[in-house]
Design a protein around this ligand. Structure first.
Ligand code: HEC
Length: 257
């Protein structure tokens, strides 16, 4: 029995593809026993493209063959007697497409190839609510007011427990009730790797601008840290910063000259 022309063409394409996808690694395995080299997927896609082009050229190069392909396709897509297998085939193709799309956008848990910079370089200046801050000279204005220090720390603590502890934790250790819903994890302020090595102006920028304000080095993960300038006043953010240092016992890093 002679297979329909269209099936022969599809089979030819599949065999050519398999020859490259499995044949090339097999040659590698012969040359270096014990290994199985991988053909890069973008190379396979390019090969697949050329295979399809060649098969289409071959199928249409001969008038008689092309007519057979066309009548087979007309039969497959038009004949009422094969309605059920046709619908099943089209359904299967749609499901396969849906799976491929799902697989491509499904979030993975593998480490991304690029490293994320936890403390990306801040901009030299940034603006919020129409006001521009120069990060090189910006200082916590509340530090100077010694008499109001404890009241400011207290106010900062209240703001923290109303807004931040859900993620950063009531011990400021980054283990709030929602912390494990996020990746990257909320910062652990007790760890010497976070606020202890940062300037207050840096914290001000990070709190005000949040995850959305991170520069590209802060990618590829998207930080869930909210942009607090939309919810808190400037004074509240400085009070928070006093509280973070006071509670953890860390000293802010001094301004460099
Ligand atoms: C929805 C969870 C969430 C809330 C609420 C939240 N944060 Fe964050 N925060 C994060 C995450 C996640 C990170 C780590 C990723 C990053 O650096 O953006 C972070 C990072 C930070 C950093 C940067 C620390 C560093 O080492 O660079 C500071 C400062 C900070 N948060 C302060 C606050 C303050 C203050 C509040 C409350 C006003 C707050 N956060 C509320 C999720 C949160």
């Amino acid at each position: 029995m002679r297979l329909p022309e269209t099936i022969r063409l599809v089979l030819a394409a599949a065999i050519a593809y398999l020859l490259i996808a499995a044949g090339v690694p097999a040659i590698g395995a012969l040359l270096h026993p014990g290994t199985w080299p991988v053909v890069p997927s973008h190379l396979l896609k390019i090969c697949l493209f050329f295979i399809v082009v060649v098969v289409l050229l071959y199928g249409s190069s001969d008038e008689k063959r092309w007519r057979r392909v066309r009548s087979e396709l007309h039969f497959f897509f038009g004949a009422p007697e094969i309605r059920v297998p046709r619908l099943a085939f089209i359904g299967a193709v749609c499901l396969l497409g849906a799976y491929i799309a799902y697989d491509a956008v499904r979030p993975g848990f593998e480490m991304p190839p690029e490293l994320r910079s936890i403390h990306p370089a801040p901009p030299t200046a940034f603006s919020i609510n129409g006001k521009t801050y120069d990060l090189l000279t910006l200082k916590n204005p509340l530090r100077a007011d010694k008499s109001a220090f404890s009241a400011n720390v207290r106010a900062g603590g209240e703001i923290f427990f109303k807004n931040c502890f859900f993620c950063h934790g009531d011990k400021l250790d980054g283990k709030g009730p929602f912390h494990d819903a996020f990746f990257p994890l909320p910062a652990d302020f007790r760890d010497v790797g976070t606020i202890a090595q940062l300037q207050e102006s840096y914290l001000f920028w990070r709190i005000a601008a949040g995850g959305p304000g991170l520069p590209k080095e802060g990618a590829p993960w998207i930080s869930a840290m909210p942009a607090w300038h939309r919810f808190l006043s400037e004074k509240e953010m400085w009070q928070l910063i006093l509280f973070l240092y006071d509670f953890t016992g860390h000293e802010p890093r001094a301004q460099e000259r």
